[in-house]
Design a binder for this molecule. Structure first.
Ligand code: PMV
Length: 334
């Protein structure tokens, strides 16, 4: 076995305009384009090296490699064969943040595999491939704001960077203490598509997309926040109105924080809420108001954990790392 390794770092991203539904499940083509902010504070480092079989270690713990193995087989079929890989991943997400890491994980994995195999691929091409692992991963290759174009076929559905922005945006990430029963994002969006309001959400999202992009270009954070909140709350309303097993990711505290955000606006803060496939709330605000909002949130809610996140960089490759020993350990164990 050769000891060549390749390590990539991808930061996580939060959608300001959500991906919530597939028009083609096999190709992972979304029903809408989505728009996100990459976060500096949260990222995943992933190293790959040859192994005896495809294996996965995250934060020092062996994981079920089924999803990763399936994705690696997709890459083999698409780009050419490569040996079984040991995948060693570290999620650098403050444990309190409670952020999903599939976006940064699949972006880092796609890049590490491409680098390992000396495939010379553009970021757009990496994004297109990562889509098949996790839709939100398409956007984690790019710094700051990124757009995933829904596209109409395999070739046309990938993300790219929006022009560099100086917008002083911050997210106050609130992890609520109690989690509701988990519904995976794939299952959740499939159920949401059975809502009688689904088509209207898609049509509205297309409209909001243009307004959001214009607001970004004009540095209009107020409009960006307002649209993001409207888009996210309408997405969650779809879950609640699904005709197939309606559900919600909200807990009581999610609802209370949404009300708290409205109250912040009354007090003159720039504050809007966005929520993903879980009960946590991310408050969109200005960097100079983030600390005060964090303090107010901590004072208002018992057991709430809060982190401030700011715009982050795009994909990078890491030359020096401490993963090799761990990989060797796994290879010796199996
Ligand atoms: O890519 P997935 O399967 O993790 O789905 C992401 C879904 C949301 O986070 C709720 C929205 C989004 O666009 O990131």
């Amino acid at each position: 076995m050769n000891e060549k390794t390749s390590t990539a770092r991808a930061h996580t991203n939060i959608a300001l305009m959500k991906y919530w539904g597939k028009k083609d499940a096999a190709l992972n083509l979304p029903t809408t384009s989505s728009l996100s902010l990459t976060l500096k504070e949260f990222y995943t480092d992933t190293m790959v090296t040859e192994g005896r079989e495809d294996t996965l270690l995250i934060n020092n713990l062996m994981q079920d490699p089924t999803r990763v193995h399936k994705f690696l087989d997709f890459l083999r079929a698409e780009k050419g064969d490569f040996p079984p890989l040991t995948v060693v991943s570290k999620n650098v997400v403050p444990t309190s943040a409670g952020l999903a890491s599939s976006a940064s994980s699949f972006a880092a994995l796609t890049a590490a595999v491409a680098h390992y195999n000396d495939w010379d691929l553009s970021l757009e091409e990496l994004s297109r491939l990562a889509r098949r692992g996790s839709g939100s991963a398409t956007r984690s290759f790019f710094p700051g704001f990124a757009v995933w174009h829904e596209g109409h076929d395999d070739q046309s559905s990938f993300a790219e960077s929006l022009p560099e922005s100086t917008m002083p945006i911050a997210l106050v990430v609130c992890e609520v203490a109690k989690t509701t029963k988990k519904v995976s994002s794939s299952d959740g969006m499939q159920r949401a598509m059975t809502s009688p309001d689904y088509e209207a959400w898609v049509a509205k999202s297309h409209e909001q997309f243009d307004v959001m992009q214009a607001a970004l270009a004009a540095n209009d954070l107020e409009t960006v926040g307002a649209i993001a909140e409207e888009n996210a709350l309408a997405m969650h309303a779809l879950n609640m109105s699904a005709t197939d097993r309606r559900f919600t990711y909200f807990s009581q505290m999610t609802i209370d924080i949404i009300a708290f955000v409205k109250e912040l606006r009354k007090q003159g803060f720039l504050a809007y809420a966005t929520i993903d496939a879980g009960p946590n709330v991310k408050i969109i605000t200005r960097q100079d108001q983030a600390e005060e909002i964090k303090e107010k949130a901590l004072a208002s809610f018992r057991k709430l954990k809060v982190e401030i996140a700011t715009p982050g960089p795009g994909l990078s490759y890491i030359e020096e790392n401490d993963f090799a020993d761990e990989a060797l350990k796994i290879n010796n164990e199996i």
